[in-house]
Write a protein that binds this ligand. Structure first.
Ligand code: SF4
Ligand code: SF4
Length: 411
């Protein structure tokens, strides 16, 4: 589709990028079939093709309304449409640009602004950990809606202290250490068993996705620069890789090079950081043979795997975790509609609860169908999906790395 950029977007990098992306869309509509919001709402304007058309109008300077904003808000940014698209339309990048332009033109009511600011600042604040602890103490007294967001307190076990010649950095994440700390320590223990030392840079924090996806692009880019500054001394000292165990963060850090490509001070380092960033599953793949020997076969049982969108669509890593776990001896089932979002989608479950919970329940029903045994754990690869799905079931939800950790033969 050809787009005539409005004057205010001409000669801007985001205008040109958005125009190029829209230009690749041939309007075929293949993407509508796999779009979760189109499946739920059946409205063309809640499909990728419809949203691309709305954004083309925005880019051309046509009147932007609250209706445009609503249809873009309802998008999960799951990028399922990218996987389906035969023309290589980078919808995720387009919707980030489109939403920002729309938000600059359509002021939100103060209630929405308040919630968005609370999410942006609250989730990335150092006060999040003490607030979560407080929430966990009073969890039994919390109303159901809040309880859904506060997982029960968790023992994270010990963090390995042995030094190893091979060292990697781990992004601890902004909410993960407070909400589900065992994911990080399990990752460190599995790597330690392979004689790889896990380091966490003190000053690294949120990957930038929260602010960026809430249309605070400047704030998101600042988060990215802060992480690069925190990691760079370790990169210079020869760490082998930067490991992500939350696929949402991984998808973002792998984009640092693209996001900061016009920043003369950071472009080169950002590209290097992205190039050495791995989801923990892809980092472990070359170590499978050694890892097999470190697991107790009696502890590698059945599991259901829910692949997060940020892993399969964002990082294009469809099937990697399933393959890894199968080769390690686990019996892996994947529910039908494995390509569909569970509704978590970063802050989406707070901002669009109705759609988010419909998608959650649809996912949980598919999980029950593929594996009705309540004792079989359900694993995923992103803390958002884990906590969102956990809020609707009594079954155990966890990160797949925790299953490997639990299966390690005792020293
Ligand atoms: S599948 Fe791709 S080319 Fe076809 S309408 Fe969707 S985004 Fe456009
Ligand atoms: S990102 Fe997901 S919800 Fe948004 S248009 Fe694409 S498939 Fe639909």
């Amino acid at each position: 589709m050809h787009t005539e950029l409005a004057e205010f977007l001409m000669n801007t990098p985001e205008g040109q990028e958005a125009k190029d992306i829209v230009g690749r869309c041939v309007h075929c509509g293949f993407c509508t079939a796999t779009c979760p919001t189109y499946q739920l709402l059946g409205d063309e304007l809640d499909s990728p093709r419809g949203r691309i058309y709305l954004m083309k109008q925005v880019l051309e300077g046509q009147a932007v309304t609250e209706k445009t904003q609503l249809h873009l808000d309802r998008c999960l940014s799951c990028r399922n449409c990218e996987t389906t698209c035969p023309s290589g339309v980078e919808y995720g990048r387009l919707v980030d640009i489109g939403r920002k332009i729309v938000d600059d033109q359509v002021p939100r009511p103060w209630t929405q602004k308040l919630v968005r600011t609370a999410l942006k600042e609250g989730l990335t604040s150092p006060l999040f950990a003490p607030a979560m602890k407080l929430g966990q103490w009073f969890r039994p007294l919390l109303p159901e809606t809040l309880k859904n967001k506060v997982p029960a307190a968790q023992d994270s076990g010990t963090w390995p202290q042995r030094p190893h010649a091979t060292r990697v950095l781990l992004l601890a994440g902004c909410v993960q250490p407070a909400m589900l700390p065992n994911i990080n320590s399990a990752t460190a223990r599995v790597l330690d068993a392979l004689q790889i030392q896990t380091l966490v840079a003190d000053k690294a924090g949120c990957c930038g996705a929260i602010r960026y996806h809430l249309n605070d692009h400047a704030g998101g880019l600042d988060d990215m620069r802060r992480n690069i500054d925190a990691w760079w001394p370790w990169v210079e000292q020869g760490v082998e890789a930067i490991i992500m165990n939350a696929s949402g963060c991984g998808a973002t850090v792998k984009e640092y090079g693209h996001k900061l490509r016009h920043d003369p001070q950071y472009a080169e380092r950002a590209a290097r950081i992205s190039a050495m960033t791995y989801d923990v599953s892809e980092y472990l793949l070359p170590h499978v043979a050694r890892l097999q020997g470190l697991l107790s076969p009696s502890k590698t049982g059945s599991m259901v795997f829910h692949p997060p969108c940020t892993l399969q669509h964002g990082q294009k890593m469809k099937g990697v975790v399933e393959d890894l776990m199968t080769r390690l001896g686990f019996g892996v089932s994947v529910p039908a509609e494995g390509h569909l979002c569970c509704g978590s989608a970063g802050t989406y479950s707070v901002l669009q609860p109705k759609l988010a919970y419909e998608l959650r329940d649809r996912k949980l029903a598919a999980i029950e169908q593929v594996c009705p045994n309540p004792d079989t754990p359900v694993a995923s690869a992103n803390i958002g999906c884990i906590t969102h799905l956990q809020s609707g079931t009594q079954r155990q939800l966890l990160h797949w790395i925790e299953l490997i950790d639990a299966a390690l033969v005792d020293d």
